[in-house]
Design a protein around this ligand. Sequence first.
Ligand code: ATP
Length: 134
Amino acid sequence: AEQTFVIIKPDAVAGGHVGNILARYEDAGLRIVALEQRTIDGEFSDRHYVEHLERDFYPPLRVFMTSGPLVAGILQGDDAVARVREINGATDPSKAAAGTIRADFATSTRENCVHGSDSVESAAKEIALWFPGR
Ligand code: ATP
């Protein structure tokens, strides 16, 4: 079955939405194959967001992603990559479809509660970075 990588970002952990978010993934038929709460430093953020390093939005995103604990995980199931992105909703919560995680909980385009890999290839890279050996 397909695997994808997710982050429940520091805003969602601080807001107490971890259980609700995981329930949405599980209720959609996805299964948790790895899950860990951790706090990352700026260098690790740079490795995760290597494609965004030069973007104007990256420096404040780096501050946000290192501001407190996040929950990183691997989810598995049919069409896991696309299914998670559908459940997460659009990057900008004001454009996210009703009933998505971002529509329900996100406060801004930066502090948007969740990350989901954008392709099977990205998922493999992100899983290798966050969960080496899996
Ligand atoms: P993710 O990769 O986190 O699932 P995404 O694919 O919807 O989100 P990307 O375009 O890859 O979004 O951007 C990565 C993250 O950078 C976003 O989730 C958001 O936290 C932040 N971000 C993106 N664009 C902006 C922006 N214009 N202003 C502020 N933050 C942004």
